[in-house]
Design a protein around this ligand. Structure first.
Ligand SMILES: Cc1cc2nc3c(=O)[nH]c(=O)nc-3n(C[C@H](O)[C@H](O)[C@H](O)COP(=O)(O)OP(=O)(O)OC[C@H]3O[C@@H](n4cnc5c(N)ncnc54)[C@H](O)[C@@H]3O)c2cc1C
Length: 233
């Protein structure tokens, strides 16, 4: 068993100093994956990872033998806008989550503002495209900021009037930051990355997915290398 030590590694995927992904802890390594696979014929061992193990990981990934990738865990602390979290929370299998409670605590004034606005994609009703210069960026930023200030001001005013936190939060927008602990195993993380670090996924969610991959990859380097190779070709 391996565990990361105290101070978490933190990345800031949105570049605003607010959204973050921290590696909190990890258990397991590439060797644990091959041992879990080899126990089926009594071949697990304490020997260091070797070339045969690397080949086995490649084989398991290529043939979708998923269960050996479940005997490990990676815990992230993720601070992200609610609209990103709403996509993350759809990943149900092999993922554990605990989130800050807006019933318990007063929500902090933490808002995501896009550094630039994108346009609706013409061909894909879920997707966005870069601004071709026809979008009034300054006006969009003004409208966004005004809406945020109005909403957060209303939240504070409701609290001041004595309204309970669990009701007052109802006026807060999806750009509000929330924070959670998420624990994945490698199988569920790779599945998440296949869906969320994909050109069809929302750009901001992709940035969080990439940060998670960046933190997890050094913990399972052979698995990630073989997984990337599999998906490259
Ligand atoms: C680009 C994109 C757009 C999306 N758009 C929408 C949308 O518009 N609306 C929307 O509601 N969701 C949307 N989703 C969410 C999507 O439908 C999935 O809920 C989400 O991606 C989680 O994937 P998953 O179910 O494979 O993962 P998990 O929930 O982690 O499940 C992992 C795997 O376990 C199996 N599994 C899990 N639950 C069941 C079950 N009940 N029965 C049988 N097998 C199961 C499946 O093989 C599944 O792939 C979108 C996702 C993406 C990536």
């Amino acid at each position: 068993m391996t565990a990361t030590d105290a101070s978490p590694l933190t990345l800031y995927p949105l570049g605003d100093g607010l959204g973050s992904v921290s590696l909190v802890q990890s258990v397991g390594d590439d060797k644990m994956i091959t041992n879990a696979a080899r126990v089926s014929f009594g071949g697990d061992s304490d020997a260091p990872l070797n070339e045969r193990d690397e080949k086995l990981i490649r084989y398991l990934l290529r043939h979708q033998h998923g269960s050996p990738f479940e005997h490990n865990l990676i815990t992230f602390k993720i601070v992200c806008p609610i609209f990103v979290d709403r996509q993350m929370v759809r990943h149900r299998v092999g993922v554990s989550k605990n989130e800050i409670s807006g019933r318990y605590v007063e929500m902090q004034e933490r808002n995501f503002t896009p550094p630039s606005f994108r346009k609706q994609a013409p061909s894909n009703r879920q997707a966005s495209v870069e601004d071709d210069g026809t979008l009034d960026q300054a006006e969009a930023a003004r409208v966004w900021e005004e809406a945020w200030h109005q909403a957060f001001g209303a939240y504070q005013e409701l609290l001041r009037l004595g309204v309970t936190r669990e009701q007052a939060r109802g006026v807060l927008p999806l750009s509000l930051y929330t924070e959670s602990y998420y624990t994945f195993n490698v199988r569920s993380l790779l599945h998440f990355l296949e869906l969320r670090d994909h050109e069809g996924a929302q750009y901001e969610t992709r940035l969080f997915a990439r940060a998670m991959a960046q933190l997890a990859e050094p913990l399972f380097p052979v698995t990630f290398r073989e997984w990337r190779a599999l998906h490259a070709g």
